[in-house]
Design a protein around this ligand. Structure first.
Ligand SMILES: *[C@@H]1O[C@H](CO)[C@@H](O)[C@H](O)[C@H]1NC(C)=O
Ligand SMILES: *[C@@H]1O[C@H](CO)[C@@H](O)[C@H](O)[C@H]1NC(C)=O
Ligand SMILES: *[C@@H]1O[C@H](CO)[C@@H](O)[C@H](O)[C@H]1NC(C)=O
Length: 163
């Protein structure tokens, strides 16, 4: 193994360490953000189950007013859907639960199955900006590492040529 390869290998490990460190920074920042409004009492899941179903009943009533033909077109029910999401969020906070949480997610999936099971993905596009942001945050350090490795390879090749 020549020195260049060893340098590259070392850099690779440094890159992984930097990545791990940055990822910890990202997730650390996230937990700080998530724990700021720390609930004082424990999440009352049995009450949340009941409350979330109340939200669902409202949403079902709203959807019943819309012709099933339009159930796959978000334009027709975006405000109702937003109210439903907002309702689950408010109720979760009321009973000291985080939002989103597995219980609420499970219920939302049930609602989706009820109304949108026949929709194709092209018809209903679920926008989820927080996830996108997270993916970008994860990709940036990876790209930085790759760029660093490429730069070192390029530099060492150049110094080989110059030497
Ligand atoms: C949760 O809420 C239900 C209904 O309001 C109540 O009967 C129960 O005592 C609560 N449980 C806890 C642990 O607070
Ligand atoms: C989906 O299609 C099936 C079969 O055509 C129908 O029975 C069901 O009611 C439809 N569901 C929705 C949510 O439109
Ligand atoms: C949804 O409905 C709106 C308004 O009628 C229409 O402009 C749009 O093309 C529809 N979208 C889909 C995917 O059918």
């Amino acid at each position: 193994m020549d020195t260049n390869e060893i340098v590259l290998l070392k850099l690779f490990f440094v890159g992984i360490l930097v990545n791990a460190w940055m990822m910890r920074g990202v997730s650390g920042a996230e937990t700080v953000e998530a724990t700021t409004p720390r609930p004082r009492r424990a999440c009352n899941e049995s009450r949340l189950q009941w409350d979330v179903e109340v939200c669902g009943e409202h949403f079902k009533k709203d959807m019943a007013l819309i012709h099933p033909q339009y159930w796959c077109n978000l334009t027709y029910f975006i405000s109702e859907y937003h109210l439903f999401t907002l309702c689950t969020e408010t109720k979760s906070h009321d009973v000291d639960c985080y939002w989103p949480n597995p219980l609420v997610e499970g219920y939302i999936i049930r609602i989706h199955k009820l109304f949108f099971s026949n929709c194709t993905m092209e018809e209903v596009v679920w926008v989820d900006p927080p996830d996108d942001t997270l993916v970008i945050l994860i990709l940036i350090p990876i790209f930085l590492t790759l760029a660093m490795i490429a730069l070192v390879v390029w530099c060492s090749k150049r110094s080989d040529v110059l030497a």
